[in-house]
Design a protein around this ligand. Structure first.
Ligand code: DOR
Ligand code: ZN
Length: 347
């Protein structure tokens, strides 16, 4: 049994860092583990321009603990007002690495999202030309579609057509949650990939109802049934470079989750790589963790792989019931429980 694991420092290819006091409360957790992160733009108001991305990037850098080395890779929030010129400016900036699609109304701060994908054709064509990836929150919001089917229906109604209509567009299916999604990514042309979160790899939808209603297990896309979780684990541990790490760590204050209308999002940054180590260990695939966490994402984005390392040791680490979060409190994934790996050192 492997009790110690050293791997090239990983990156988080899907992360919510928030802003202000919340940002200051969480960014150190990510910076301790990851060299870089693709930072989601769903602030209020959203990050829609290079200027806004540059300012947000600076606030992230300013919030880092002294001595931390962590590179925020910025994204723009796609709206129906986004123009090809915005895409050209993003590419030229060197700090914006992708554009994020949210279907209007799908999730936290998605009011400004897109209601009709075909309105974005000129933007997608420009992204294809300049090689700027499109990150998809791949769900439909049609109220007649069952919430557990939103991803599969998105693929049928929009995903397949998008991939074929823009054959050179680099596309990431973010936080993939279903076997349908895995099959779609596996069968797609080159340039189509997916991120996988720790919660979708470790939990199925029973977690939302375990002994009562569990708001801290609620995220979007919502957890799915066990057969889907198993398909995600098989994809993550397969060694296929189309699948890589993206936590979707998404902190909300405790009161906003424990509410009549609780927010979607699970905070995992405090133990992110440790949780993925649990997944790979349980699948007998620990040696594959490094490629999934540290190589595949960098290769997809055309960025250099990290050359420093982190080390994990097999040792139970208690997770606090809650963490400080500005003026509020934050309930982390596995709160009150233990994580099976400890992050010991960086080099
Ligand atoms: O669970 C989620 N939380 N899913 C998302 O798509 C957004 C995120 C957030 O920002 O809270
Ligand atoms: Zn997200």
């Amino acid at each position: 049994m492997t009790d110690s694991l050293t791997l090239a420092r990983p990156d988080d290819w899907h992360l919510h860092l928030r802003d202000g006091a919340a940002l200051r409360a969480v960014v150190a957790d990510s910076a301790r583990r990851f060299a870089r992160a693709i930072v989601m733009p769903n602030l209020t108001p959203p990050v829609r321009s290079v200027d806004e991305a540059r300012a947000y990037r600076q606030r992230i850098v300013d919030a880092l603990p002294a001595g931390a080395r962590f590179e925020p890779l910025m994204t723009l929030y796609l709206t129906e007002a986004t123009t090809p010129a915005d895409v050209l400016a993003a590419k030229a900036s060197g700090i914006v690495h992708a554009v994020k699609y949210y279907p209007a109304g799908a999730t936290t701060n998605s009011q400004s999202g897109v209601t009709d994908l075909s309105r974005c054709d000129a933007v997608f064509a420009t992204m294809q030309d300049v090689g700027l990836p499109l990150l998809l929150h791949g769900e439909v919001t049609d109220p007649s579609v069952d919430v557990f089917d939103r991803e599969a229906v998105f693929i049928e109604r929009h995903g397949r057509a998008l991939v074929e209509r823009f054959p050179g567009l680099r596309i990431v299916m973010e936080h993939l949650t279903t076997r349908d999604g895995v099959d779609f990514v596996l069968a797609a042309r080159d340039g189509v990939a997916a991120t996988l979160t720790p919660q979708h790899l470790l939990m199925n939808r029973n977690a939302i109802f375990a002994g009562g209603l569990r708001p801290h297990a609620f995220c979007l896309p919502v957890l799915k049934r066990e057969a889907h979780r198993a398909a995600l684990v098989a994809a993550a541990t397969s060694g296929n470079p189309r699948f890589f790490l993206g936590t979707d760590s998404a902190p909300h204050p405790r009161h906003a989750k424990e509410s009549d209308c609780g927010c979607a999002g699970i905070y995992s940054a405090h133990a992110a790589i440790e949780l993925y180590a649990e997944v790979f260990d349980a699948a007998g695939a620990l040696t594959g963790l490094e490629a999934f966490a540290s190589f595949h994402g960098a290769d997809f984005y055309g960025l250099p792989r990290n050359t420093d390392t982190i080390t994990l040791v097999r040792e139970p680490v208690p997770v606090p019931d809650e963490l400080a979060f500005g003026d509020a409190r934050l309930v982390p994934m596995r709160a009150g429980g233990t994580v099976a790996w400890r992050l010991v050192a960086s080099a």
